[in-house]
Design a protein around this ligand. Sequence first.
Ligand code: SF4
Ligand code: SF4
Length: 122
Amino acid sequence: MAKARGLVAVNFEECKGCKLCVDACPVDVLHLAKSFNTHGYSPAEYDGEGCTGCGICYYACPEPGAITVFKRWEEAQEAYICHNNNVQSRLSLQDSVRGLALCDSCGQEVILSDFLNLRFAE
Ligand code: SF4
Ligand code: SF4
């Protein structure tokens, strides 16, 4: 089995529950949640482990911003730039299913699917 070095984060409110990503994932680590978002869709949800970072779900998804894939999560979490203290920090993963982490510098929760508002060192 391919090494789990990636991390996938679904923006539950952007997801329309079409299931294309679930069917496309070659290692079967996505499913539809049993709950609904505010639009009435059951969003895709990560099993919480096993993502290889292949990116296939990202390309399968028709909704811009619904899926973020961190291809090399361990490198990304060390390169995080804290937007409060404007320093390079580290992300501590809190909830891989919901895509939540804590910034080691400021202690605030970071929503990993909010990728456009996250910064990382080169
Ligand atoms: S990046 Fe690849 S392994 Fe990870 S959830 Fe998406 S399709 Fe599955
Ligand atoms: S492909 Fe995109 S819109 Fe469809 S279920 Fe997956 S994340 Fe949601």
